[in-house]
Design a protein around this ligand. Sequence first.
Ligand SMILES: Cc1cc2nc3c(=O)[nH]c(=O)nc-3n(C[C@H](O)[C@H](O)[C@H](O)COP(=O)(O)OP(=O)(O)OC[C@H]3O[C@@H](n4cnc5c(N)ncnc54)[C@H](O)[C@@H]3O)c2cc1C
Length: 388
Amino acid sequence: MADIVIIGGSIMGSSIAYHLAMAGKAGDVCVIEPDPSYEFAAAPRSSGGVRMMHGLAENIEMSKFGQEFYKDFANLVDVGGQPGRFDFLEYGYLHLLAGTQEVADAEANCALQKSLGAPNEMIDRDEVKRRFPSMRVDDIDAALHGPKDGFIDPHAAVLGFRRKARELGVEYVQDRVVDIEANATKVERVVLDSGKKIDAEIVVNVAGAWGPEISEMVGMKMPVEPLSRSTFYVETRAELETMPLTKDPSHVSFRQEGAGYTVGLTDVDVPGGFDWEVRHHLFDEIMWPAVAHRVPKFESLKVMRSWSGHYAYNRMDGNTIIGPWIGGLENFYVATGFSGAGLQKGPAIGRAMKELLLDGGYQTIDLSRLSYQRVIDDEPLLERGFSA
Ligand SMILES: Cc1cc2nc3c(=O)[nH]c(=O)nc-3n(C[C@H](O)[C@H](O)[C@H](O)COP(=O)(O)OP(=O)(O)OC[C@H]3O[C@@H](n4cnc5c(N)ncnc54)[C@H](O)[C@@H]3O)c2cc1C
């Protein structure tokens, strides 16, 4: 028996567990996570980017809190009085823009970001060249620059939350939820692969790309599906200035990673479903030409390794769904649909779920617009300019 059973113990599950534990509820929380190494979870396979560059106030505010939290992470999750090392690499974010509509969207987003405290700015092509001399700029019209954005080690973030939650007394059960038993109004218990059953007052589904199959167990439909992403780690001998995490108009993105760079593609107009094959043809046909065009010194880059991971992609509007299953089982909660921006929202989602479960409603950032109600009403909450 546990008061609160959390399904999935990666960044979301462990941040929720941490925030509940910090509020004194550790003994009432049980996290079910099959893989303590998080080999297949999205979080460690992500780019680790944390940006205030969004088009919805809720997303900007969640990432702002994420930025503050991760900048102080080593202290916040300190175990046994020994804060470890945790770096927030403040290399910035740069969204390169081509086209009148793209520039107009970015200008509107930038104004909103500034009003919420982000030091972001629109810069023209010459200024991009001045700040990042290795970049080719003749085919862009402007850029949105977030100088205080950056990236973190996502695996270390998951482990930091997990270690601290466990130290505070949260129980992690290494097992997999295979079924959920419910009566007409409430979930009663989760059934694990081992055959064990755990009774629960509240169940929270934060199983990422596996979340839809968990929700299906109780008949809840979510417009969310796994979306396979291929990432390539490359190295070049060429000397370059410090690069921000750059999003190119081609939807290719790249950022520094140790001695090299990671390169990814944020196209979402592709079929969903789990697919662990790395799509090497995307690198050869789209990513390499795009980065070599943008940064000519990348012409000589070499692929050192590659991997695949999955967004929990919200096909309806690319945005988060958080809260109880409105219209369904009253004690079944979800936090899903994070698409390509969940890691930075991890701290805020953990705090928000704690507020919903313990405080009777949001106390800090009001995430009501991100509830399941918009799925019922079929009213997408679209974000200008950023798709994933
Ligand atoms: C290539 C890529 C790049 C990305 N880049 C960024 C970025 O730069 N910035 C950013 O903010 N976000 C980024 N993201 C998104 C981010 O990684 C996710 O939004 C975030 O990790 C979601 O966290 P989660 O805890 O919901 O899911 P996950 O990290 O996927 O964890 C889900 C967990 O559920 C567990 N689970 C699965 N099935 C069961 C079951 N039956 N029972 C119990 N547990 C189960 C899994 O083992 C796993 O540990 C990126 C994602 C990808 C794929």
